[in-house]
Write a protein that binds this ligand. Structure first.
Ligand code: AMP
Length: 218
């Protein structure tokens, strides 16, 4: 299974990718997670990327593309992969086509998670993360019963720098300007499936919708 998840920040790509990874033998590749890990560990890549992440701007294409060229050649990608947060620009999508061609691989599907803008702002600006175990809470939808401490491990629950409301608004602007053109890019080249990703009023899980959309099952 080789799938691209497209969608604005806060559309739920990471959550869905984690669900797919639990059920199927695939590598979940989140460029945002890779950058955050590098920032945390003060690696050269992290030092380069940090200011972009904190301000909600995109890391320059050449850096992202070089990183993904290496990542997609790692052995765990042979079982299949879900790309979460890459590509995010047309040049990145073109570079991905080239890498896949070189590796003689084809995509099974491109899935767009559709969510309205205000839902995204509440999801992201309300999101709080445990510094210790990574558990995710939301001030509006699912606060920690222990306030600023994590229910699971007692760690400090904090707000990601790029989840501050003004940064969320600029991340959304970046999405509409730089990433939304990929909807046409993939609409022309591959079958693009559009899934309604607002959770309220859903009859079945997003994972079931995705399985139907790309024709996979256990
Ligand atoms: P995410 O967790 O996917 O929202 O990504 C967090 C941040 O990482 C983004 O706001 C960008 O600064 C950076 N980032 C992640 N993926 C990419 C990408 N494909 N191209 C450029 N920047 C990226």
């Amino acid at each position: 299974m080789r799938i691209i998840l497209l969608g604005s920040p806060g559309a739920g790509k990471g959550t869905l990718a984690a669900e797919i990874e639990r059920k199927y033998p695939v590598a979940h590749i989140s460029t945002g997670d890779i950058f955050r890990e590098n920032v945390k560990n003060n690696t050269p890549l992290g030092l380069e990327a940090r200011a972009f992440l904190d301000s909600g701007r995109l890391v320059p294409d050449d850096i992202v593309i070089a990183m993904m060229e290496d990542r997609l050649r790692e052995p765990d990608c042979e079982k299949g992969f879900i790309l979460d947060g890459f590509p995010r620009t047309v040049p990145q999508a073109e570079a991905l086509e080239k890498i896949l061609e070189e590796l003689d691989l084809k995509l099974d599907g491109v899935v767009l998670l559709d969510v309205d803008e205000e839902t995204v702002v509440r999801r992201l600006s309300g999101r709080r993360v445990c510094r210790n175990c990574g558990a995710i809470y939301n001030l509006f939808f699912r606060p920690s019963s222990k306030g600023d401490l994590c229910e699971k491990c007692g760690g400090e629950v904090y707000q990601r720098e790029d989840d501050r409301e003004e940064v969320v608004r600029s991340r959304l602007k970046v999405f509409y300007e730089q990433t939304a053109p990929l909807i046409d890019f993939y609409g022309e080249k591959h079958t693009l499936s559009r899934l309604a990703a607002d959770r309220s009023g859903r009859h079945h899980s997003l994972l079931e919708d995705l399985e139907r959309a790309v024709g996979i099952s256990e």
